[in-house]
Design a protein around this ligand. Structure first.
Ligand code: 5IU
Length: 260
């Protein structure tokens, strides 16, 4: 089966990971394949963003280590908002170290990521040990990983071999892996995995620090994205709620076009 031609709801049966199933259900129910990157540095601003875009997203992606006034109450409130609007929290931590260190970075420290982030991102550069480490922490099987196989940055050092080997690892860990972060229609034969694609903005092609953008339509129809990540396209808007709705509608229309 070609995942690019299947509806999100029809892909539920192929997903092995519980969070992947939840995510696909939410996407179908709310009719959204939009993930907002909450790259703001003040806790109250992130909460405000979450409340405004909540109705239009399937996932909110955080970088918890950029918050200047972090407090455990902040993530508790974020969890409440996520529950209220039915979206999933993803910490874009991009874990990259030996398994033991990642295990501590995941479940210890000030941020205690495993206690609130249902999804996390992981680099494949250190191999399978990292995934074993996260699996050991995830005892109740309600957590998931997006594994990085490509990057949106110009001049990324990731090559085809790295991408291919990353996909092999993902297949071996399909109970933990929810999907792949990439920029092209990889793993078309694996409908149980979701493709998360950042680098999405209307009317921009790049920033001044190496980020490269594609349009919502291109990312979903041509590049194979199942979930598009939009950061500044929404966070820098005067009306974040309205902008999120616009992106949601564009991305959903592109998805309907792709599966038709
Ligand atoms: N992000 C990327 N590109 C990647 C990966 C992650 O942009 O290849 I992997 C993250 C970085 C940022 C968000 O949090 O996605 C994109 O934000 P903007 O839409 O503001 O560029």
């Amino acid at each position: 089966e070609d995942r690019l031609k299947l509806s999100y709801i029809d892909r539920l049966q192929y997903a092995k990971n519980n969070v992947a199933k939840d995510l696909l259900s939410i996407m179908a129910k709310k009719q959204t394949n939009l993930c907002v990157a909450a790259d703001l540095t003040i806790a109250a601003d992130v909460l405000n963003l979450a409340e405004q875009v909540g109705p239009y997203i399937c996932c909110l992606k955080t970088h918890i280590d950029i918050i200047e006034d972090f407090h455990p109450n902040f993530v508790r409130r974020l969890q409440e908002i996520a529950e209220m609007y039915e979206f999933i929290l993803m910490e874009d931590r991009k874990f990259a170290d030996i398994g033991k260190t990642v295990q501590m970075q995941y479940s210890k420290g000030v941020f205690n990521i495993s206690s609130w982030a249902t999804l996390v991102t992981v680099h494949s550069i250190f191999g399978k040990g990292v995934l074993d480490a996260i699996s050991e922490v995830d005892l109740d099987r309600r957590r998931g990983v997006f594994l990085l196989a490509e990057a949106s940055a110009s001049g990324t050092l990731i090559d085809e071999k790295y991408t291919g080997e990353t996909l092999k690892i993902a297949s071996e860990y399909d109970d933990l892996i929810v999907g792949i972060v990439c920029q092209s229609p990889l793993f078309r034969d694996k409908p149980g995995f979701l493709q998360l694609t950042p680098g999405v903005q209307v009317g921009e092609t790049e920033d001044n620090l190496g980020q490269q953008y594609n349009s919502p339509e291109k990312v979903i129809v041509e590049k194979g994205g199942d979930i598009a990540v939009v950061g500044r396209g929404i966070t820098q808007s005067q009306d974040m709620r309205n902008e999120a709705k616009k992106y949601k509608d564009l991305l959903w229309a592109a998805y309907l076009k792709r599966i038709s």
